[in-house]
Design a protein around this ligand. Structure first.
Ligand code: ACM
Length: 484
C-alpha cells in the first residue's frame, strides 16, 4: 500500500497527490469576518503554533500575500449540512469551507491530522466530508472513580480531534453522586464522598459543570448528563435514606457489584426528588438531552420500573429535553418518547424491540465499544464480561446491520463507553481510549462503504506521532504496525 494520509475518521471523499502547501513565517490564518470563524481560526492557530513553532497570526478578512494563507470560509451549500466541510490544500493556499461553524471546526481537525507532529508541509488534498451519523459519542463514568474539570476537559480535547460530538457524563451511581444539586444539597455533599476502593471521591459544583459545558461547546461537543435511575442509586440513598424502600440509611458502597440499589418508586418524596433533580439538571444543560439511566434496576420490582419510567420520561420532556435511557427502558413501552441506548450484546432483541416500537437508537454494543473491556486476557486494567475488545473488535462492525431489525433508518448514532470501576487516573483513561476510540469514531463518521480494516490500521499507525506530541498514553496493540 502507498503511504496513506493518516486521517481518522477517513473522509467521505478525498483526492490526494496535489502539491503541498508549506507553512512558514509568512503564513497567516484568514477567517471570514464574524466572531465564530475568528474564534475557530484562533483555536486552530494555537494548535498549529504549538506543533510548528510558527507565529501564524490570525487576520480576519485580510487579503493575504500569495502562497501565505490558511482560510476559513463560510459558504452556502446545503449538501454540507451543519457538520460537513471541504478542505482544499494547494501550493497557493489552504481553504476550509463549510456551511456552518461546526463544519469549519471539523475541517480544522482534519488539517491538524495532516500535520501531526509539527510537519510544515501540508499534503496537497481535496476533501469533501460529511458524517454518517449525527451522534458520535463517548461516555465517561465519573461516578465509580471521580474525575474533575481538568481531566474531563483534556478528555474532551482529545476525543474532539476524532470528530466526537457528544460527551455523555455518567454522573451518579452506587459509589458516588457527582453533581451539585441546589434543592438536594446532601446528594453531592454526602453522596459525593468516596469511590470504588475508598478514597475521597468528589463532585462537580454547578460552576464546574457549566465550565465543562462551555468548554465542550467551543469544540462542538454536546454534554449529555446522566442521572442513573431508579437503580444504581446507593449514593443518593446514603444522602437521603427516605428515598429507599427500607428507609434505613445504607452504607456507602466502594465495591463493584451492580443491581442491588433502588429508589422506592411509590412515594411522593421520590417523585419530588426526581422532578427536582431532573429539572435542575435540564436547566444547567443547554444541550437537548438528559439521560435517565434505567439499566440493571434488578432491585426495582418490574411493575414499579415500568411505572417509574412512564412517570419520569414526561418530567424530562416537560423540562424541554429529550429523554435518553439504556436499552432496558424499552420494558416501559414508551415508543418514540425515549431515545434508546443499546449496550447489552447479550440481549440484542431489546434493541430490535425498541426499533419496532418506533424508538430511535444509539448503538453502544459492549462487545465492540465498551472501552473498559480489557484489550486482551492479561491486560492490567478493565473488565471482560463482554469479552476482550482489541482495536479490530472496536472497528469491525456496522451499526446499520449489527442487530437484526435495526438499520440506519432508526439509528441516530454510535457511542463508546468508558466505565471506571478499575480506572483511577487520567493515564488509565487515555490508555483505554487510545487507540480504540479513533476506531469507534470512524464507525460513526465514515460511510460504511469507505471503511476497510487494513486501510484503517495503516492510517492509525501514524497517529503515534500525534499522541506522542500531545503526551497521550496509548496501547500499542499488536494488531497495528505502529510507527516508532
Ligand atoms: C450498562 O453497562 N450497565 C449500561
Amino acid at each position: 500500500m502507498t503511504t496513506e494520509l493518516s486521517l481518522v475518521p477517513w473522509p467521505a471523499e478525498l483526492e490526494t497527490g496535489g502539491t503541498p502547501f508549506v507553512l512558514d513565517d509568512s503564513t497567516v490564518l484568514v477567517p471570514d469576518p464574524g466572531a465564530e470563524p475568528t474564534r475557530l481560526a484562533e483555536q486552530l492557530a494555537a494548535h498549529l503554533r504549538s506543533a510548528t513553532g510558527l507565529p501564524l497570526p490570525v487576520t480576519p478578512g485580510a487579503t493575504p500575500q500569495a502562497n501565505a494563507a490558511v482560510r476559513l470560509a463560510l459558504i452556502t451549500d446545503e449538501s454540507l449540512g451543519r457538520e460537513g466541510y471541504e478542505l482544499t490544500v494547494t501550493a497557493e493556499e489552504v481553504v476550509i469551507r463549510a456551511a456552518a461553524p461546526a463544519g469549519l471546526f471539523y475541517g480544522a481537525q482534519t488539517l491538524r491530522q495532516l500535520v501531526p507532529a509539527g510537519d510544515r508541509a501540508v499534503p496537497g488534498v481535496r476533501v469533501r466530508d460529511v458524517p454518517r451519523f449525527g451522534w458520535r459519542g463517548m461516555m465517561l463514568d465519573i461516578a465509580r472513580h471521580f474525575f474533575g474539570t481538568a481531566d474531563i476537559e483534556r478528555f474532551i480535547d482529545l476525543v474532539a480531534l476524532y470528530k466526537i460530538n457528544v460527551v455523555h457524563l455518567h454522573l451518579s451511581d452506587d459509589q458516588g453522586w457527582r453533581l451539585e444539586i441546589d434543592g438536594w444539597p446532601e446528594l453531592a455533599r454526602v453522596g459525593g464522598r468516596g469511590q470504588v476502593g475508598g478514597g475521597p471521591g468528589g463532585y462537580l459544583s454547578k460552576a464546574a459543570y457549566r465550565e465543562i459545558v462551555a468548554y465542550a461547546a467551543q469544540r462542538y461537543v454536546t454534554i449529555v448528563p446522566e442521572i442513573d435511575l431508579p437503580g444504581h442509586t446507593n449514593a443518593a440513598l446514603v444522602a437521603y435514606p427516605e428515598l429507599s424502600a427500607s428507609e434505613q440509611p445504607p452504607e456507602p458502597y466502594t465495591g463493584t457489584r451492580v443491581g442491588f440499589s433502588s429508589l422506592r418508586v411509590d412515594s411522593p418524596q421520590t417523585a419530588k426528588f426526581v422532578r427536582a433533580v431532573l429539572t435542575e439538571v435540564a436547566e444547567l444543560t443547554p444541550g437537548p438531552y438528559v439521560h435517565i439511566g434505567g439499566d440493571e434496576a434488578l432491585s426495582t420490582p418490574p411493575d414499579d420500573y415500568v411505572r417509574f419510567m412512564r412517570d419520569t420520561v414526561p418530567v424530562v420532556a416537560s423540562s424541554g429535553k429529550q429523554a435518553v435511557g439504556w436499552q432496558e427502558i424499552v420494558r416501559a413501552g414508551l415508543g418514540p418518547d425515549a431515545l434508546v441506548q443499546y449496550w447489552n450484546t447479550r440481549q440484542p432483541e431489546q434493541a430490535a424491540e425498541a426499533a419496532r416500537a418506533g424508538a430511535r437508537l444509539i448503538m453502544s454494543p459492549a462487545a465492540h465499544v465498551y472501552l473498559d473491556m480489557k484489550y486482551h486476557d492479561d491486560w492490567h486494567l478493565g473488565q471482560d464480561w463482554a469479552g476482550c475488545v482489541d482495536v479490530h473488535d472496536a472497528y469491525g462492525w456496522d451499526p446499520g446491520t449489527l442487530v437484526d431489525g435495526v438499520d440506519d433508518t432508526v439509528v441516530d448514532g454510535v457511542e463508546a463507553a468508558l466505565w471506571t470501576e478499575t480506572i483511577t487516573t487520567m493515564a488509565d483513561i487515555e490508555v483505554m481510549t487510545f487507540p480504540r476510540l479513533p476506531a469507534v469514531a470512524e464507525v460513526a463518521w465514515t460511510p460504511q462503504a469507505r471503511r476497510d480494516w487494513d486501510h484503517f490500521r495503516a492510517r492509525l499507525a501514524g497517529h503515534v506521532r500525534l499522541w506522542q506530541a500531545l503526551s497521550v498514553a496509548f496501547y500499542r496493540s499488536e494488531q497495528v504496525d505502529w510507527e516508532r
